[in-house]
Design a protein around this ligand. Sequence first.
Ligand code: ZN
Length: 272
Amino acid sequence: MTVIPKEWLPPCSMKRIICHWTAGGYKATSLDRAHYHLLIEGDGTLVRGTHSIADNVSTADGVYAAHTARCNTGSIGVAVCCMSGAQASPFQPGPYPMTPKQWETMAKVVAQLCQFYRIPVTPQTVLGHGEVETYLGIPQHGKWDPMVLPWAPEMSRTQVGHYLRALVQRAMLGEEPLEQPSSATLSIGGKTFPVVMLNESAYVAIRPLAEGLGWYMRSATGGLVQVDVGGKLLTLSSTLIEGKGHVACRELAEALGTSIEWEPQTRTVKIG
Ligand SMILES: [Zn+2]
C-alpha cells in the first residue's frame, strides 16, 4: 500500500492525523495547498500541500499548515477537495459532493501516514475535523468536515468517524475489499447475490436481496432493518459496508428458521 511518494514524507515526530474537506471545488487551489499537507482531488489525484509535514512539528515560528484551530502542532492535515456550498442542516452536499473514491483514497493516505509516522488508529489520533471538539476538547466553531457522506447521509457523525478508522485499519492490513469483487455468493430462493466476507462472517446487501426476492423493506434505521417476508416480519441487525446496509447470512438464516451451508468449492453460502 503506497499512495504517497516517499519524498513527501520527511522523517519527524507527528502525533495525529486530522481529516478535512476543503469546502471548495474538485481541484486543489493554491490557498487549499497552503492549509493542508496532502489533498485528494475529485478524481482521486493526490496533491502535495505547500508546507512540508515537518513544518507542523513546531508551530512556534508561524510557518506551518494551518488546518485545525489550536491543534496544528504535531498534526498532519489531509483534505478531500470538495463540498463547496454544502449545508449541514438540512444536509445539502452542494455542487461538489465528496465522492466514495475520494473517501477511500483518503483512508489509504491516512493508513500510509499511520504506518510511516507510527501513529495508532484511535479517535484521538486519527479523526475528522468535526470530531476534534468531541475527542480532543478543542472548540472548532461548528466545523463538521468530513463527517457526512453524501452517498450515505443517514449515517451519524459517530458512525462516519468509526467507518473512517475501520477503513484505515483495513488498508493498513493490506486488505482492499473496496476494490475487489465480492469473494463469495449467496444462494437463496433460486437466486444468487454477492457476499462480502468480513470478520469471519458473510454479509449480503439487504436492499438488492429484498428486491431480488420480492421481500418488502419496512424500515432501515439505527443499525436495524425490518423486512416483510411473505407476511412474516424479520428484524435483523444491519452493518454498513461501503456505505450500504448489509446483514449477516447466518442471522438471516436463523430469522428465516432455515438451514445455512457453505460450499467451499464454489464459495457459495446456501440458505434454505
Ligand atoms: Zn476542516
